[in-house]
Design a protein around this ligand. Structure first.
Ligand code: PEP
Length: 250
């Protein structure tokens, strides 16, 4: 059975003090048994403290990125074993900002996915079309290619550790949201191609999140769609009250 999931991507925001303050609000306001599995993804420097702070809560901690190599001469990078050594078992891979600003290719992402799965980590795999592709009605094609090249090489067994996140790039941080119907259409398509590549059970079990300007006032309508299992949240995840309102939107 697939789960409802809400994940907050804090991006390059919040120093240590700000992180602890946000965590304090989250902890005090989070209901004991939230309607969704909740993740937060702070910057690397705040991962350890965040993990320690949330240890006794149901909230899970994710990294925003990692390198595919085991270790070695990769200045500035962080490995899977480093993340695991501080308790972090989940990583966001393929975020559009990593793809666009840091030149992460499908090929690199496929290697990162392999490394994460080999290390028994959970992967939140992001994909989505840019505005030009949406306007040219190429979004299905683009999404299929990103999935085929980035993640469809893993075994069927690995899918228990995979969460997909459809994030149309034109809706990220822009205030522009895909309509619930637009999200549903792509999510249903993604579930269909996962089913064709693997099998129907795998397709039914994978959680597919929507990301792109999700806010407390639009979350309910988006999450109500049949194939939308939650959200990956950027801006609205930086305010505990907004983030928790989204968590409680199922
Ligand atoms: C994101 O960066 O993954 C995201 C969805 O951002 P926002 O919610 O701010 O659009």
């Amino acid at each position: 059975m697939r789960k409802n999931i809400v994940a907050g991507n804090w991006k390059m925001n919040n120093d240590l003090a700000e992180t602890m303050e946000l965590l304090g609000h989250l902890k005090s306001q989070l209901v004991k048994e939230p309607d969704a599995e909740v993740y937060v993804a702070p910057s690397f420097t705040n991962l350890y403290n965040t993990f320690q702070c949330l240890k006794e809560t149901p909230v899970k901690v994710a990294a925003q990125n990692m390198h595919y190599a085991k270790n070695g001469a990769y200045t500035g990078e962080v490995s899977a074993s480093m993340l695991k050594s501080i308790g972090v078992e989940t990583v966001i891979l393929g975020h559009s900002e990593r793809r666009a600003l840091f030149n992460e290719t499908d090929e690199m992402l496929a290697k990162k996915v392999t490394t994460a799965i080999e290390n028994e980590m959970t992967v939140i795999f992001c994909f989505g079309e840019v505005l030009k592709d949406r306007k040219a009605e190429k979004h299905f094609e683009v999404v299929k290619e990103q999935l085929e090249n980035g993640i469809f090489h893993v075994s069927k067994a690995a899918w228990k550790n995979i969460i997909l996140a459809y994030e149309p790039v034109w809706a990220i941080g822009t205030g522009e949201t895909a309509s619930p119907e637009q999200a549903q259409e792509v999510h249903a398509y993604v579930r269909k191609i996962v089913g064709e590549k693997y099998d129907e059970q795998t397709a039914q079990d994978v959680s597919i999140l929507y990301g792109g300007s999700v806010k407390p006032d639009n979350a309910k309508e988006i999450f109500a769609k049949k194939d939308v299992d939650g959200g990956l949240i950027g801006g609205a995840a930086l305010k505990a009250i907004d983030f928790l309102a989204i968590v409680n939107s199922f």
